[in-house]
Design a protein around this ligand. Structure first.
Ligand code: SAH
Length: 221
């Protein structure tokens, strides 16, 4: 049971300041900014980090993983061009924060986490929040064949390749946002991949980021 679920005026005020910071850092999509303003980030962090929850920083969330930095969440979400009602698949549930931001925009979110303990911890928090997110324990490389095809796919771990199974599970006209490992082994380049009518992929690059690695199979952390 999470004890941080209260969302008070102080949290709301800090969140508004965070949104202003993100705007100053170049996030222009007001729908994304509204969603960030709606989702209480402190409930996804261990209580010792509550004071820091609204700084633009990544934090440890257990199982050797991190909750992404708000500006990274906002950037990936902006690239994803989500419309209400869309089916969105996230790889790397982590804390559940990114998934809730997408759900706050009206998406139906399906999210896969490979770390068993983290999956159960986050599932417990998600059940106490009003956002429409369905969490799954599994290997994101395999996607979710039962729920495909997806309008959008967002990967929140550094990927060595574009997973072919995920491309197959994406609708024509669908968009995937994926941090792809740089060839020199240093961080990732954010890619937006659009599946065109003839099945080919249009790729656009949007700068460098640093993510934890996308690993295969279920882990026991
Ligand atoms: N989106 C998260 C950030 C997660 S960090 C948030 O908002 O907090 C990346 C996450 O991807 C980690 O939790 C890691 O365990 C998970 N991950 C790595 N490889 C994976 C895979 N193949 N399938 C599913 N999850 C994976």
């Amino acid at each position: 049971m999470n004890t941080n679920l209260e969302d008070n005026y102080r949290h709301k005020g800090l969140r508004k300041q965070l949104v202003d910071q993100l705007r100053a850092k170049g996030i222009t999509d007001e729908v994304v900014l509204t969603a960030i303003n709606e989702v209480p980030r402190h409930v996804f962090l261990d209580s010792s980090f509550v004071e820091l929850a609204y700084q633009d920083q990544a934090f440890p969330i257990g199982s050797g993983q991190t909750i992404s930095q708000p500006s990274t969440v906002a950037f990936q979400t902006q690239l994803l061009q989500v419309q209400p009602g869309m089916k969105v698949l996230e790889i790397g549930t982590g804390s559940g924060y990114q998934a809730c931001v997408l759900a706050a925009m009206g998406a139906k979110v399906f999210s896969i986490e490979r770390q068993r303990n983290l999956y159960f911890k986050t599932k417990d928090i998600l059940e106490q929040l009003p956002f429409r997110v369905k969490p799954f324990l599994g290997d994101g490389y395999e996607g979710l064949s039962t729920y495909q095809p997806f309008d959008r796919i967002i990967i929140t771990a550094g990927a060595p390749t574009i997973p072919t199974t995920l491309v197959e599970q994406m609708k024509t006209g669908g968009i995937m946002v994926i941090p792809m490992d740089n060839p020199d082994g240093d961080g990732q380049t954010m890619l937006r991949i659009t599946k065109l009518d003839d099945g080919s992929l249009k790729k656009e690059a949007f700068g460098d980021f640093k993510f934890v690695p996308m690993l295969k199979e279920i882990g026991n952390d």
